[in-house]
Design a protein around this ligand. Structure first.
Ligand code: LLP
Length: 455
């Protein structure tokens, strides 16, 4: 995929500095956006999201795998407008809770294209998934098998007047069109499920977001997989379609994904493989993650090499790589002071981007109308802790109160993990395309913060 023209690959596709030296995203002048919508604000280049979705889908075909599907990991940017855009692009959706399932259905994803994850799914989450007919439930543990068995027995006794059990479908049978069970609670088919394993593959990433190692809270250990598979296959109403692993997130090398494929192959011959997400992105100019095409090519090649025939179904679940670089955050400088360091404090911080505090994540920052600064500063947030630093070593052009600061690559896991810490309202999300801007999530108000009070 071709990346942005005059700015680095960290910025949304099509971003540029305009004649006035101001950053433009989606054709919109960011200084004007800050004036119009206030700061902090999440600014998203719509076309960037689309381009990446298309690049992922096409890459699968180019790599020689037709039954290839891309499920957006909704946790990366669980915002209706983003989900709607990806649903329209024909993506699938990965959800990891009842709330994400609600968001995905509300945004128009067909239930059959939804994959439900979770290491602690509640009875009510599973019941909703069965009732709404989600395409795949990814089974994480033995307790979940028991819970599903009970729920399905309930469903069948409540809804099978002629004593008819769900139609069993052999593992290899193709996905047939089926009557929709939505709202009826009437199951006319087995629930397709995958089994999640921890393949004992460790990629190079922060411990908090590494999941493939043997001692992980996610999935079955490889040694338990055989027993789990046998247990699932004995449950009336479940159809084990395949295997899943997600080895971790923000991975910048392809080798761990190849090892993952080798491990999945050891579980047997299944018609569906879901290899999870994890492709890393560039947060700063010096980072060069694999291109989407390289990553998908490596996955398809490894899957084929380890026995997945090209007519089988292959799913991937990118979150970050679909949305991170489509978004930037705009802040306004409130104060500048110097002691040992030069502290530039802005009107947001860890309430709108938790990643620096949580993972020591690094970002770039620029004055939105004076790029290329050389003053070394600490870009600090407004929250009451010393850890609330957005960029430790920012090079800014003599920042002053009132300047608009931009941090690129905030389109994944920023909005998602935002909070009201210190009573700071969460920022709006503004979509920009061809010079037009529209608010897709309004700024939170003080009233929103008291709206759930019961007195
Ligand atoms: N599939 C599963 C089962 C996952 O658990 C995840 C992410 C993904 C897909 C998507 O992974 P991605 O392609 O985005 O790497 N809050 C952290 C990231 C946590 C990721 C959790 N699971 C961060 O800000 O870095």
């Amino acid at each position: 995929m071709v990346t942005g023209t005059s700015l680095s690959h960290v910025f949304p596709l099509g971003s540029r500095l305009n004649e006035r030296g101001r950053l433009e995203v989606g054709g919109c002048d960011t200084i004007e956006l800050a004036r119009e919508y206030g700061t902090p604000a999440y600014i998203v280049a719509e076309d960037d999201l689309r381009a990446r979705a298309r690049a992922f889908v096409q890459a699968g075909r180019q790599a020689g795998h037709d039954d290839f599907h891309v499920a957006f990991a909704s946790k990366a940017f669980p915002c209706t407008a983003v989900l709607e855009l990806f649903a329209r692009e024909g993506l699938w959706c990965d959800v990891a809770s009842g709330g994400e399932l609600h968001l995905a259905l509300n945004a128009g994803f067909e239930p059959e294209r939804i994959v439900l994850h979770g290491n602690a799914k509640s009875e009510s989450e599973l019941r909703t998934a069965l009732d709404r007919g989600v395409g795949l439930i990814v089974i994480d543990n033995f307790d979940e098998i028991d819970r599903l068995e009970l729920l399905l027995a309930d469903f069948q006794s409540a809804h099978a007047p002629t004593g008819g059990a769900a139609h069993a479908r052999p593992r290899d049978a193709p996905h047939a069109a089926r009557p929709s069970p939505i709202g009826e609670g009437l199951r006319t088919h087995d629930q397709d499920v995958l089994i999640r394993v921890t393949p004992d593959v460790r990629g190079d990433t922060h411990d908090h977001i590494s999941t493939g190692q043997a001692d992980s809270k996610f999935g079955f250990g490889m040694a338990q997989a055989e027993e789990a598979i046998a247990r699932i296959e004995r449950v009336d109403g479940l159809s084990l379609r395949g295997v899943h692993a997600h080895i971790g997130s923000q991975l910048l090398e392809l080798e761990p994904f190849r090892r993952e494929a080798a491990e999945l192959a050891k579980l047997g011959d299944f018609p569906v493989w879901d290899v999870g997400g994890g492709l890393g992105v560039a947060y700063t100019e010096d980072q060069h993650p694999p291109e989407i095409e390289e990553y998908v090519g490596a996955i398809v090649q490894a899957a084929h090499a380890h026995g997945l025939s090209p007519d089988r179904r292959l799913l991937i679940e990118p979150g970050r790589a679909l949305s991170a670089n489509a978004g930037v955050t705009l802040y306004t400088v409130e104060s500048v002071k110097s002691n040992v360091s030069r502290w530039v404090a802005v009107d947001g911080g860890m309430s709108d981007n938790l990643r620096p505090v949580l993972y020591g994540a690094t970002y770039e920052a620029h004055v939105a109308d004076r790029f290329g600064g050389q003053t070394r500063c600490v870009l600090a947030g407004k929250h009451c802790e010393s850890g609330d630093v957005i960029v430790r070593d920012a090079l800014l052009d003599d920042p002053r109160p009132g300047d608009v600061i931009v941090t690129p690559a905030t389109g994944a896991y920023a909005y998602a993990m935002a909070s009201n810490y210190n009573g700071v309202p969460r920022p709006p999300v503004v979509f920009c395309k061809d010079g037009d801007a529209r608010v897709v999530v309004r700024r939170e108000s003080f009233e929103d913060m008291t709206a759930r009070d019961v007195r």
